[in-house]
Design a protein. Structure first.
Length: 164
């Protein structure tokens, strides 16, 4: 497993933003995806050099509810692309790896981990060891199935790929 770091929050969207929360015992830094609208943030990581040629994979999303006191559902989509040395970072198109996922979020401050997986990652996004991997996470707050009625706060994303 390797952690992914935040690359950017979509610059022209106010529906997702980097923010913090001062807690009683833990201060949190996270991306807040607001309830009413589409918010996009992009995460990045380097594919490990011992990754299998056709790795099985999953993507874990660590999040909590904003200030909610009851559970709700966030609807999100995950896109990804890999960029190799010498390639144009902005020219490769994203590939949809998960669309319209329904993600149950528990009450505020309760850590929830959602897994997105799908067999051989190369069959979805062609990756090689050492590639720069970009993962775009979009919350569809305005979608009918999104009943969280609050911010969806994402703390971290981790990618798991089988090693050799």
């Amino acid at each position: 497993r390797f952690p992914m770091a935040l690359l950017t929050v979509q610059p022209d969207s106010a529906n997702a933003f980097w923010t913090t929360r001062t807690g009683t015992n833990v201060d949190l830094a996270h991306i807040a995806y607001v309830d009413s609208g589409e918010g996009i943030a992009t995460w990045w990581g380097i594919v490990p050099f011992n990754v299998a040629p056709s790795p099985l994979w999953n993507l874990n999303i660590y999040s909590v509810g904003g200030s909610i006191t009851a559970a709700g559902t966030a609807v999100y989509t995950v896109n990804a692309k890999a960029v190799a040395h010498g390639e144009d970072l902005d020219s490769a198109a994203y590939t949809r790896i998960s669309s319209g996922q329904n993600y149950l979020i528990f009450r505020s401050n309760t850590l929830t981990v959602s897994a997105v997986s799908g067999g051989n990652f190369d069959s979805v996004v062609a990756i090689s060891a050492g590639d720069y991997l970009l993962v775009e996470l979009t919350r569809h707050g305005g979608a009918g199935g999104d009943g969280l009625s609050d911010n969806w706060d994402v703390q971290a994303i981790k990618m798991r790929c089988d090693a050799l």
